[in-house]
Design a protein around this ligand. Sequence first.
Ligand code: ARG
Ligand code: GLU
Length: 716
Amino acid sequence: MNLKIKHLFKALLVLVALPIYGQQGGMWIPSLLKGMNETEMQSLGMKMSVQDIYDVNNSSMKDAVPHFNGGCTSEVISPQGLLLTNHHCGYGQIQAHSSVENDYLANGFWAKSQAEELPNDNLEVTFIVRIEDVTKDVMSGINPKDSEQVKQSKIAQNIAKTVANFPKESYQENKIKSFFEGNQYILFVTETFTDVRLVGAPPSSIGKFGSDTDNWVWPRHTGDFSLFRIYANKDNKPALYSKDNVPYRPKYFFPISLDGISEGDFTMVFGYPGRTQEYLPSFAVEQIVNDLNPVRIGVRDSALKIIDEYMRAEQNIKIQYASKYASTANYWKKWIGESLGLKRTNAVEAKQAFEKDFIERANKNKKTKAYADILPQFEKLYKEITPYAVSKDFFTEVALRNAELLSSAWKVFALEKSFTNATSFDNKKASIINSQERFYKNYSPKVDEKVFEAIVSKYANEAPKEFLPSILKNADIPAITKEIYKESKLTSLEGLKELLNGDAKQVQQNLNNDKGYLFAKALFENYLQNILPKYEELDLQITALQRTYMKAQLDLYPDARIFPDANSTLRVTYGKVDGYYPKDATYYEPVTHLEGIMEKYVPGDYEFDVPAKLVELYNNKDYGQYAEDGKLPVNFIATNHTTGGNSGSPAIDAHGNLIGLNFDRVWEGTMSDIYYDPSICRNIMVDARYILFIIDKFADAKHLIEEMKLVHPKNK
Ligand code: ARG
Ligand code: GLU
């Protein structure tokens, strides 16, 4: 046993009783796997080397994993720049190309040749060329005695300087991100392609099968994928869209395994997880479970119930609200699962046990003076910030998200606040009208009025009284609602245009005569004056303290498996294919099959309908080379630690072949953003063979299969 493993082993023995730094989970920096993870990955069955994953001098897997439009992940799967991501990641593009005659969301889309591939506005993919630690440069000249504000501004200057000076090609970009809450800074040299065309998408009855009912749920049966292609100029470099552009020749692309997975197999997921908070103190977790999640869930509960009733009753409202409903419901459902999971796994108690150990270690290591004050400080700050945080979440959920008239007013409010000169006023006005044109297309004042009444009442009754605007105190909300929706011009695009008609002075007058606007403005001003400043002041102190706490953990637990929280940078997570026990006496197997789709099939249902062609393929067992033991695998789960942003990430086998496409997590384990418990945290992937089957057998797009490289790593 080498020294490093011995240390690791010793640390793990201690940590078994302290499940904070688990033996599994983690989202690791691809350039640092060598020292930290390689041995563990090999012990889990990995057969490749970490250079195959990340290499600066030679092509490696990282060259095939671009960030997809900043929010999702994607991977290159052919020498001609063919790109795979989720259906829900390409949803906006598929929707944008759809019309009543050509409804690609409903019917799917398959380009028969490259000439038919559809260009997209506002779509880009970004590759990582190089990853460099620049902590020294970013921290230079920082004095520990500086105030937090001074530190932040020096850091910002150093970042700007380093970004400007770090060597790169003209078509590349430098970006610096903070890791370990500002204890480490890493620079990424990136390359962004903006000519990315839609190649194929299954119908929603495959790509979104199960919709919101099945979202965050296992067992799952969703074919959540879509295909794009990256185009480059003749020199294979990023270029704006041109019909002369050619398919990008990637430095690397993934071979796809036809041999699939078995329980216990090594798997790795490579992508851009957005945000986790794994190192919070117990007080913060208590705040999330007891105070913040209930507010967010409660407001969305009311809003979603009302919208759902209308959507079920009226077809045009269903079309208008489907996408908004899905996005509001996504995190609503996640928070419910998260709170349940945090309670069920006693996350707060686990954190408290860890904190006890932390203090003991600090004493033993003679760091009492440096670290003993951290936890009491946290306790005090979290106590102080809670009413502000609760008020802020109420305000955000009600005014900025779910009462649409108020969120429309927020845009106009920003305009009123920023009257500067005539040109910029006109420009801003035009841009608001432009963006609100889209907004009002999908807006129903009738639905919004009901939502407004319900959630504004909730806000007035349940938010901390001392931070309520006076118009909400002892107010007759139903009467106010009626009046606003009868009189305010903010309920339609024409009305908005009327309000914004004229010069700055005129517009100001118009606005301040509008009942809806005045009500909204009272909420906004109360938020900006009585809630936000104090919240930000306390939050800044918490951020600074969290940085010290993080540093202390790295210092006191040098051998523990501590990874930096997700921050939308490229990470590797690994684990194994594994089922789990969601509740007493119930075991969930790790793989689902086409049989399960047929079990869930409800003809004509908007969530569980199945296309006739798929039923026919099932009846004929026409699975081609994609079946295993006569059955077609659809989805599978593993212990990879993923989060939002990992959608579309490649799932990779021990040899580096693509075996699946990440798209979700299981309900019982959604608390893994805060507390990863290996017994119930699982990520959900589409089996690569189901994707190939849909492309080949369902869509008959054989030319796409031909440009891929299909392999048999298990010699099956
Ligand atoms: N839960 C997944 C994620 O967080 C999928 C969301 C899209 N699907 C849906 N039914 N809303 O993005
Ligand atoms: N569906 C998520 C996404 O869009 C991934 C699921 C998760 O949060 O793990 O990134």
